[in-house]
Design a protein around this ligand. Structure first.
Ligand SMILES: [Zn+2]
Length: 421
């Protein structure tokens, strides 16, 4: 009897997602599987797990069950007081958006620099339920607007790299963005910092300058594993005269440069994306460049950007790879973006809606489509942080009269609380 009790204790799960189509690219799974969660971790992934072993069983049939989505280009450092900047009015609060779009890890793309990253960490990172990580800007003040962002004297690779080491694991890379000058300094200093801290750099290549063509950026400055974001803007020589990918980006990919979407409000054009996709120049990672302007115009959210790639013919397995395991590897967090047993239970459940949908690019041109991804459920470290249709909840008329708030190991009614990094 005692032995039976011990066995039961070992195999007890908090939550069982049953019968969903699991897509876990790291483990090469794309099939109907059950996923069991216990103590905030993935406890089992198998063809048939008995509901009797779980406190709560949820029917996920007809839905996709994937690792929590990872968005490596967002802007989350608000309230610096710098009107109109990415580090103020344009930034969003992570928990106001991540859970409802199935994103469990949001990476801030250099909104702060070494001078103000600690403030970002105290006020945003440490308070969010969504896991928040960051690229630190090569500019000490970060993205506080023009006069800061163009200041070559505030770009110090040694200081920035040394600072990044102090926040190992939280600072996942070095960012350069919005630079307008002809100088190479921002990019060279970013790489110096990246080498010091052993992390990648992410490049928003700013103004298109003939003095620093992307061919030279890829050949002479960036290292394998460094990330070129805004790959489908077409603003800096990504596209050849014939419409396909330029020789520069083809050579860059051969050298190991990583290409990221970074959709934003001004970095995604159908006339660039469609021919580059057709020619096989597909993104390594999907990202939003989430900020108040992009989310309320053409980008909208992570799932909308994913759905644009479905509309261009990308298959769902490839899409999930580029939304989970690939971005996890790019930021050197290989414990994320997968459903391996023992890994943190960041899990997203998606529905493919069929109907009439339209997707708009940065210049206001629409592509029609007949399907779109919707987030049904988001689980972060084993806890439900978003449940669109209450799939994990009991029917009201099955509960006893006078029922109180239904809290359990996977749900606390979203009463708030700190993140579990
Ligand atoms: Zn950005």
């Amino acid at each position: 009897m005692a032995a039976a009790c011990t066995l039961a204790a070992q195999t007890h799960y908090d939550l069982l997602l049953k019968g969903g189509h699991v897509i876990d690219p790291k483990n090469r799974i794309s099939a109907v599987r059950d996923v069991a969660i216990s103590g905030g971790k993935v406890a089992a992934v198998a063809v048939n797990i008995a509901p009797s072993l779980a406190t709560k069983t949820v029917d996920a049939s007809g839905l996709y069950v994937t690792p929590g989505l990872i968005d490596i280009h967002t802007h989350l450092y608000s309230f610096t007081g710098d009107h109109g900047s990415m580090a103020d009015d344009h930034a969003i609060v992570p928990d106001s958006f991540g859970p409802r779009e199935g994103v469990t890890t949001m990476v801030d793309a250099g909104s702060s620099g070494w001078r103000n990253f600690d403030d970002f960490k105290t006020r945003i990172i440490d308070r969010s339920r969504t896991r928040v990580l960051g690229f630190v800007n090569i500019v000490g003040h970060g993205l506080r607007g023009g006069k800061y962002e163009q200041d070559l004297n505030d770009m110090d690779g040694k200081v920035t790299g040394t600072f990044a080491l102090k926040h190992k694991g939280v600072i996942v890379g070095i960012k350069s963005a919005h630079f307008a000058g002809p100088e190479w300094k921002p990019y060279e200093q970013a790489v110096i910092a990246g080498n010091l801290a052993n992390i990648p750099v992410m490049i928003d290549y700013g103004s298109n300058r003939p003095e620093r063509p992307i061919s030279e950026l890829f050949a002479k400055v960036l290292r394998p594993g460094d990330i070129y974001t805004h790959m489908y803007s077409g603003l800096r020589g990504e596209q050849a005269q014939n419409g396909g990918p330029s020789q520069a980006v083809i050579d860059g990919r051969k050298r190991g440069v990583v290409f990221d979407v970074g959709h934003g409000s001004g970095s995604f054009l159908w006339r660039v994306a469609v021919p580059l996709m057709k020619a096989g120049f597909i993104p390594d990672s999907i990202s939003t460049d989430m900020h108040t302007a992009s989310m309320n115009t053409t980008m909208k959210d992570y799932l909308n950007v994913m759905s644009k790639f479905l509309a261009m013919g990308m298959d769902i397995d490839s899409l999930i790879l580029r939304s989970t395991w690939n971005p996890a590897r790019e930021i050197k967090h290989e414990e994320l973006g997968n459903l391996s047993v023992g890994s943190v239970a960041d899990v997203t459940v998606l529905r493919m809606d069929k109907g009439k949908f339209g997707f708009v690019d940065m210049n206001g041109a629409r592509m029609d489509a007949d399907q779109k991804l919707v987030c049904e459920l988001t689980v972060r470290a084993g806890r439900v942080i978003y449940d669109l249709n209450g799939m994990t909840r009991e029917r009201w008329d099955k509960l006893p009269a006078g029922y109180k708030r239904q809290g359990d190991a996977t749900w606390d009614g979203y009463l708030g609380g700190r993140s579990q990094h």
